[in-house]
Write a protein of this length. Structure first.
Length: 187
């Protein structure tokens, strides 16, 4: 079962990585929403519904402007209106696994702060629902640190200055899954 999920994840991330590299966006939000839903079903099937609850809450809060327009209630546009629900979802999820819950919140915060695009954050949340392990988070961090250091060295050599680069995140997320699966296989 793990190899089937790994294969599906690699195919999915490969396709959206190609779009991310070519156009710096994915063609439609369904490319990340459907896998998020699938990962939620998988996580519920595994018995960890609390993470799905938290992921659903952060996705709903991120769509607060659209929800406000649909139902005509302007108060829900403000993020502080949602804090009680987010707090409850976080409290319950943190008890099950602090690392997984904080990762979901961190990916969502990166989205809200415009550090990441929506597809990047949803892809990362999808993967943390599939792989809610410390090994995945550590692999994720190591891949991102290596990419950051590599690009900083490249800019120092080529431009004689160190600067931050904007690179597509989904390919980095893809490059996280591959070593994670190798580590997982060897363990």
């Amino acid at each position: 079962m793990n190899w089937i999920i790994f294969g599906l994840v690699i195919i999915w991330l490969g396709i959206i990585s190609w779009f991310d590299i070519r156009k710096n966006e994915i063609p439609h939000s369904a490319w990340v929403i459907i896998p998020l839903f699938g990962a939620g079903v998988y996580r519920i099937w595994q018995g960890d519904w609390l993470f799905v609850l938290l992921a659903g809450l952060v996705a709903t809060v991120s769509e607060r402007e659209r929800i406000s327009q649909i139902i005509g209630w302007k108060e829900i546009v403000r993020i502080k209106t949602w804090f009680p629900l987010l707090f409850l979802g976080a409290i319950f999820s943190i008890q099950a696994s602090p690392i997984t819950a904080l990762s979901i919140i961190g990916f969502w915060a990166a989205w809200e702060l415009k550090w990441w695009g929506g597809a990047d954050a949803v892809a990362a949340i999808t993967l943390i629902l599939i792989y809610p392990e410390i090994t995945f988070i550590l692999t994720f961090l190591i891949v991102h640190v290596i990419a950051t250091i590599g690009l900083a060295i490249r800019s120092k050599v080529k431009e004689n200055t160190v600067c931050l680069h904007k690179i597509p995140s989904i390919p980095l997320i893809l490059f996280t899954v591959i070593p994670f699966q190798i580590i997982h296989f060897l363990a």
